[in-house]
Design a protein around this ligand. Structure first.
Ligand code: PMP
Ligand code: GLU
Length: 406
């Protein structure tokens, strides 16, 4: 290839540090192994294994039949935005109008747009670790610098006020909060939010609260804005239908926040995706406007996740070298596996130096898919999604124990 052609393939400087999503990547690896006939049990990509509620599917089908297949307004149709505004108002206790909502292509796009709309080169965005993989790369794509604050098992995987205070600087543009957390399932209490609010009062930071798992909690749920409503003027609430209504493939999320930021977000959408599919927007409307009561379906999912959580935690605790905390929400468990590193494992005597090696070994030797903690900024751990059947959980944990046991 000539130099001229080679330079045509140069990737932008903005993407210099970008790596593809580890959670999405594992899904691809597992699919490839399965296509070769390998029986892989996936604890990998996190998505509910339930079907989308029938009433929402019916609304999607009706939308196609009614030819609701044209462009909608950027950020979603007015009725959907109004319905979401009412729901966010009821949940937070803060009044939101329809203009303060933009519907997005999944919560992932909502977060991406939030950083793109608000960050400049040199800005810092504080991200507590372990963090969901995409925050760091999204912040970098927006030109800002991720500032990672570690919150390990010693603090229940929840950032403390003292650590947050230590990370704040005059360059802090935003702080990302995520409860229930992916990858740990940690849920912040009202007292913990109040402590964080205490140190944030004196900063000018924007708060980005990712509440995508708010429907999946096993104990009390304290919502950031309920506890700290004085931050409403500088908080972006991110949520969506993916987890609560088992709609990951439909790609629906939203962001709620102060008008100027929502306007900026919509301007980006107007030049990029325009909006998520019209059919998806019609399908989720009954979930937000109150015309469908989905509380029974959600309760059924949460009860199933809770039972699976209890089983997987118990089985993980039986594996020597593994330590695990009980998660209070989402469908992830984040065991510490340092005890399995640096020593011969199983009958093969394989030695894994890192959690990446261990995840690769478990996929090869035991045919179970897990994500290494390093992908979430916390080496020495693994993330397992238990959004899979009890049978698969029991068989997967049997394989895990057999692969690492003597
Ligand atoms: N935030 C967190 C913490 C997540 O785990 C996910 C999962 N994909 C998302 C955002 C994005 O959700 P969506 O599929 O709606 O884009
Ligand atoms: N949020 C899920 C996960 O963490 C889905 C994959 C993704 O979008 O990252 O596995």
């Amino acid at each position: 290839m000539s130099d001229i052609h080679a330079s045509a393939l140069r990737i932008s400087r903005r993407l210099a540090q970008l790596s593809p999503s580890a959670t999405v990547g594992l899904g691809g690896k597992i699919a490839a192994l399965r296509a070769r006939g390998v029986d892989v049990i996936s604890f990998g990509q996190g998505e509910p294994d339930f079907a989308t509620p029938a009433v929402l599917k019916a609304a999607g089908i009706a939308a196609i039949e009614k030819n609701l297949t044209k462009y909608t307004p950027v950020g979603g149709p007015a009725d959907l935005r109004a319905a979401i505004a009412r729901q966010v108002s009821a949940a937070t206790g803060v009044e939101y109008g329809a203009a303060q909502i933009s519907v997005t292509t999944g919560a992932k796009e909502a977060l991406f747009l939030a950083f793109m709309a608000t960050c400049d080169d040199g800005d810092e965005v504080i991200i507590p670790a372990p963090y969901w993989v995409s925050y760091v790369d999204q912040v970098r794509m927006a030109g800002a610098t991720p500032v990672i604050v570690t919150a390990g098992p010693e603090v229940g995987f929840k950032v403390t006020a003292a650590r947050l205070a230590g990370a704040l600087s005059p360059r802090t543009r935003a702080v990302v909060l995520n409860s229930p957390s992916n990858p740990t399932g940690a849920v912040y209490s009202a007292a913990e939010w109040r402590a964080l609010a205490g140190v944030l009062h004196d900063s000018a930071a924007l708060i980005v609260t990712d509440e995508i798992y708010d429907a999946i909690v096993y104990s009390e749920y304290a919502r950031w804005l309920r506890v700290a409503p004085e931050f409403a003027g500088r908080t972006l609430v991110v949520n969506g239908a993916s987890k609560a209504y088992a709609m990951t493939g439909w790609r629906m999320g939203y962001v709620a926040g102060p008008l100027p930021v929502i306007e900026a977000i919509k301007a980006i959408q107007s030049h990029s995706t325009t909006h998520t599919a019209s059919i998806t927007q019609a399908a989720v409307l009954p979930a937000y406007d109150g015309s469908a009561d989905l509380s029974g379906e959600v309760a059924m999912m949460v009860a199933a996740f809770r039972e699976r959580r209890d089983v997987i935690v118990e089985l993980l605790r039986e594996v020597p070298g593994v330590e695990v905390q009980v998660p209070d929400g989402a469908f992830y468990v984040f065991p510490k596996v340092r005890g399995l590193l640096g020593r011969p494992l199983g009958t093969s005597g394989t030695v894994c130096a890192t959690d990446d090696d261990l995840a690769a070994f478990l996929l090869d030797a035991a045919h179970i898919g897990v994500v290494p903690g390093s992908a979430f900024g916390m080496p020495g751990f693994l993330r397992l999604s238990y959004a899979t059947s009890l049978d698969q959980i029991r068989e997967g944990m049997r394989r895990f124990a057999a692969a690492v046991g003597s």
